[in-house]
Design a protein around this ligand. Structure first.
Ligand code: NAD
Ligand code: ZN
Length: 371
């Protein structure tokens, strides 16, 4: 098992990663100082696939555990689910000394974390992420929240977990596209901060797709270290933390332009990273062969859903809703080399717009001629 500490002063917490962590969770959490039984927030699918190992281990350490089930999927990350959780907590006599385990993917993590941040003005929670995306990204950083009909993650808080326990064994049941989606966030971590991680991904892509445990543990550990280091420098989303948005500006626009149907989050970010790397190259910041390495690694991980039919005008309209885009000049995260991200201010909107049209044109053609 690998372990490291997210350094946030008196809010620091350990992250443990390895195969079989679920069966040891009770003992681990006891050794971290927890003494009462937690409330486990999860969903049916995660409980069916992996619940028994976690619950047995928790019950051995703490006695009977309260289990709260939320609906499965992004559309349940909203206030009505939250209100139900609060009511169930009250009915189950949870009080200020209670604590929550968020057991599931990023949706459960954000939802249960936000419930913990707000129930009785805040109670502790522990993350037990079960998707790769949650293990490498959402479980660390303390951002929790829910969606509104008007947009994603509009209601939220910063609430750091007391610990994060990531069992790589749980990833074996993930559908391949979910696994790939998490891998793209790992590619991002390599691209912005660690050429070594990027090279490791290039060398081990075949084992990653098969979810071989030591290789997966290694990349989760390295990606988490990148994220934790950035978060430790900048807990509340100032300038430094922006580098984690590499690929996300265009990625979010692609998700919105395709009504959140064609691409999952990681796939949209993967296209966004390819574009941001090509833009970095066209501005003379990044060598062409490094931009090509990003595209090559992405395509080896998964054949991305095509960009066909997505117009530059739609993407541009979505980009302009982003506050970084609405003034006269644009700010984006670009690369000066693999492993080194730069926040570039004052990009000329006309240049970026032309680049996006050309990018869509070229990549639509490539994919069309392949099919
Ligand atoms: N807080 C943050 O910093 C942050 C960062 C990135 C993303 N997010 C949020 O994370 C969410 C996306 O997370 P996600 O991709 O994990 O989606 P998800 O939580 O919806 O999980 C995807 C699917 O996989 C299922 N699942 C979970 N574990 C499984 C397992 N081991 N085997 C098989 N199936 C399993 C889930 O039940 C769900 O159906 C979004 O809401 C996004 O906004 C938050
Ligand atoms: Zn992301």
């Amino acid at each position: 098992m690998k372990q490291f500490q997210v350094e946030l002063g008196n809010q620091s917490y350990p992250v443990l990663i390895g195969s079989g962590v679920l069966t040891r969770a009770g003992r681990i959490l006891h050794s971290l100082g927890f003494r009462t039984a937690p409330v486990v927030v999860s969903n049916r699918r995660v409980l069916r696939l992996h619940g028994s190992s976690l619950l047995r281990s928790l019950e051995n350490a703490f006695g009977p555990v309260m289990i709260l089930r939320a609906g499965d999927g992004e559309r349940f990350k909203q206030h009505s689910t939250l209100i139900r959780l609060y009511r169930d907590l009250i009915r189950g006599r949870a009080d200020r000394r209670s604590w929550i385990i968020a057991f599931g993917g990023g949706v459960i993590g954000d939802l249960a974390g936000f419930a913990a941040a707000t129930y009785m003005r805040g109670i502790p929670y522990v993350g037990v992420p079960t998707t790769l995306l949650a293990q490498v990204d959402s479980s660390v950083g303390g951002k929790v929240g829910v969606n509104l009909a008007e947009g994603k993650n509009l209601i939220g808080a910063f609430h750091q977990p007391r610990a994060v326990l990531s069992d790589t064994g749980a990833l074996g049941t993930l559908p391949p596209r979910e696994l790939a989606s998490g891998l793209f966030e790992v590619v991002k971590c390599g691209a912005i901060r660690s050429e070594e991680l990027f090279r490791y991904l290039e060398r081990n892509v075949a084992d990653l797709r098969q979810c071989l445990s030591p290789v997966v543990s290694h990349i989760i550990f390295e990606a988490m270290r990148v994220k934790a280091a950035v978060v430790a420098e900048d807990e509340r989303e100032g300038r430094e933390r922006m580098v984690l948005n590499f690929g996300h500006t265009l990625g979010h626009a692609l998700e919105a332009a395709s009504a959140y149907r064609r691409f999952n989050h990681g796939e949209a970010v993967a296209w966004g990273m390819i574009a941001a790397a090509e833009l970095s190259n066209s501005l003379g910041m990044l060598e062409a062969r490094d931009a090509a390495r990003i595209a090559a690694l992405v395509h080896r991980i998964e054949r991305l859903p095509a960009l066909r039919g997505i117009s530059a005008a739609r993407i541009w309209a979505n980009l302009r809703r982003d506050k970084k885009f609405d003034s006269g000049s644009i700010r984006m995260v670009l690369l000066s080399r693999l492993g080194q991200a730069e926040i570039v201010e004052n990009l000329d909107p006309r240049y970026v717009r032309r680049f996006i049209s050309e990018f869509l044109g070229t990549h639509q053609q490539v994919l069309c001629s392949e099919v």
